[in-house]
Design a protein around this ligand. Structure first.
Ligand SMILES: [Zn+2]
Length: 331
């Protein structure tokens, strides 16, 4: 099996302080364990949370029946809360707080405004962002895949603009349901967040997870939503963005085929495309990404959220080719 890497967003350089660690073209993946034990619990006013870069924190704001809207602000990003009674928690509103893979480590304030018909109050939480140890990948690629010519650069900029526009409006209601689905049961490369040095130049970090799977493998939507945009872009190849509401998007790139169109409603587990190697990819794989209120988080963190389906299906055993590894990419 060919190494399966894709190389998104090559232009902006990483700050030098992020260039930690050694160049390991890794073998393992450290599971996101934030929710393995107990759910992080809000302490009411002045409650505290913490989570690593790229993780998701479930924030519960206790409210009474009169609360109508609950909205938070964290590091300039807006977080829309939704009423939730299923969790083993006091009654209240819940928000998914994504910690971006480049959020500054340290303690930051999360301000949550709780509105009723008559009044509004602000609840403050402190959120500690813990530094994640991301890998550094040194990649050697054909020059024209790293240093774009003028025409390709213009194309890439237009494509970025198209994505930005499509994702600018979030669905005002929560479309997803408990029970997140792994889009492909394949070999995870574990390179979410990895710092990329291409042909010796530091580039943007890898903002999703790559999952190696044979060409044509079915790719499922992780949850219910609306197809906001289907693309065939220079780096992403054929792919799509699914809007799950309240600022939560999942994306699926390098497909050989996209099986849905813009505006389609999709259900969790619905086949939306097939694994391919389109765009800048070194072999067939799925690039799975998640944006949560603008934060780039590890998509696998979704599977660890305390929103489990009612009838969890037995996941097929991942097919792992023992001979496969991520060595020097062969585009
Ligand atoms: Zn990728």
């Amino acid at each position: 099996m060919k190494p399966a890497l894709d190389l998104q967003h090559p232009r902006r350089a990483m700050p030098a302080r992020c260039l930690l660690g050694i160049a390991i073209l890794l073998a393992g993946y450290l599971p996101v364990d934030l929710f393995a034990g107990s759910l992080p619990t809000g302490q009411g006013v002045h409650g505290r949370y913490s989570g690593k870069q790229g993780h998701i924190i479930v924030v519960t704001v206790p409210t009474d029946d009169s609360a109508t809207t609950v909205q938070g602000t964290f590091l300039g990003r807006s977080i829309r809360f939704f009423p939730e009674t299923r969790l083993d928690e006091p009654k209240g509103f819940v928000g998914l707080l994504g910690i971006d893979l480049q959020d500054e480590p340290g303690t930051h304030e999360l301000n949550v405004e709780v509105k009723t018909r008559e009044r509004s109050r602000t609840v403050r939480y402190s959120v500690t962002v813990v530094k994640e140890k991301f890998h550094i990948e040194h990649l050697t690629l054909p020059k024209d895949k790293v240093d774009l010519d003028e025409k390709t650069l213009a194309r890439w900029k237009a494509e970025q603009e198209q994505v930005k526009e499509a994702l600018a409006t979030e669905s005002p209601s929560k479309l997803w349901q408990p029970g997140f689905v792994e889009p492909v049961n394949g070999k995870r490369t574990g390179i979410f967040g990895s710092v990329r040095v291409m042909n010796g130049q530091p580039r943007n970090p890898h903002n999703g997870e790559d999952v190696g799977a044979p060409l044509g493998t079915a790719v499922a939507a992780t949850n219910d939503g609306v197809v906001r945009l289907t693309v065939d872009h220079f780096f992403s190849g054929k792919g799509l963005f699914v809007d799950h509401g309240l600022g939560f998007y999942s994306m699926y790139f390098h497909l050989s085929e996209v099986l849905v169109k813009d505006g389609d409603q999709v259900k969790a587990g619905q086949v939306i495309g097939k694994v391919g190697a389109t765009g800048r990819a070194t072999g067939p794989h799925l690039h799975w990404g998640v944006k949560l209120n603008g934060a780039r988080v590890n998509p696998y963190a979704l599977l660890d959220l305390p929103f489990k389906g009612e009838t969890p299906s037995a996941a097929p055993v991942p097919v792992v080719d023992p001979a496969s590894s991520i060595g020097a990419p062969v585009p």
